[in-house]
Design a binder for this molecule. Sequence first.
Ligand code: GLA
Length: 377
Amino acid sequence: MSDVASTFRDQYGAEPEGLWAAPGRVNLIGEHTDYNDGFVLPFALPERVVAAASRASSGWRVCSDLQDGSVSFDSPGEPGTVTGWAAYVAGIVWALAEAGHDVPPADLAITSDVPLGAGVSSSAALESAVLTALIDLGGLDIPVAERPALAQRGENVYVGAPTGIMDQSASIRCEAGRALFLDCRSQEVEQIPFDVATEGLAVLVVNSNAPHRHVDGEYGARRKACEEAARTLGVAALRDVATDDLEDALKRLDDDVMRRRVRHVVTENQRVLDTVSLLRSGRIREIGPLMTASHASMREDFEITVAEVDVAVETALMAGAYGARMTGGGFGGCVLALIDAERADATAAAIAEAYEKNGFTAPTPFVAVPSQGATRL
Ligand code: GLA
């Protein structure tokens, strides 16, 4: 990663007061459950956004070695005023101010090694690094548990993307060697030991490099369908449909597409709970079938997978993975496979070969190590 302190010095002619980092994430299981008040189990990646920052006398200036030019604003203005990548920064300033905080004017320089457009939350990492920096610089008293909702509000309202709270929670609250079991309704978390390496295992992540197709519209459509189903079923959110009540609930819905959306969310919440139980008792390999079932549910019921991710999952399983699934919002992005560590290279090679045979763009594999959430460096 580039030296962001020197980018800061070049741009603003002074040393930064500090450096703050926040990671990207992958989600072990629990997809499209967050905005249904359900359960998720992400872990943080070592890849992260780093912000070098200092207090300023007025306004905000932000530059990045990954973008041309710098952006400055005296006030974030109404949602949507600042556009492009700097909107994520302005959204954080806006959300803090709107929540009544005295946001410190600041100069920021940003760098990142979180892959963009790969579904590993590069935008939540940016938001979380900026949020953590501004909170520290301003001496703001905001408990860690309340920070993800602020970052999410910046993204939902200021940037205008209707995402749930998983990504910001992962980037802010994850711990090294652990997966974050988050109840998206109560915001309660449990740090679940997920030390795959000592078990001789690895989580192979394969970026499908599939071109993103209609991601925003399809995401919003899934969210709407879930909210409509909850209204029809007379519950606050699909989280309130218990696994035992699923068959009854499905009978009360007359639309087949909606039935399948509901079935995904309800069974996926149960798979998160089952995964957590297995991990609590150290039975890591046994979560494999739950991962694979999650993928089938995303493919058949939630209909958010594409050929590239399906091929990666099938190939990983044929190469001996205990389980494999797409992670993230869908329509491309990354696949996770839980495998014996010594099979990581062979599995990645098998997937690359399958991609070539299918005429897909070559995938990018890497091994994911559960890492630390947002922190001052
Ligand atoms: C995206 C969103 C998250 C979550 C996932 C799907 O990453 O930002 O809030 O909904 O998709 O699980």
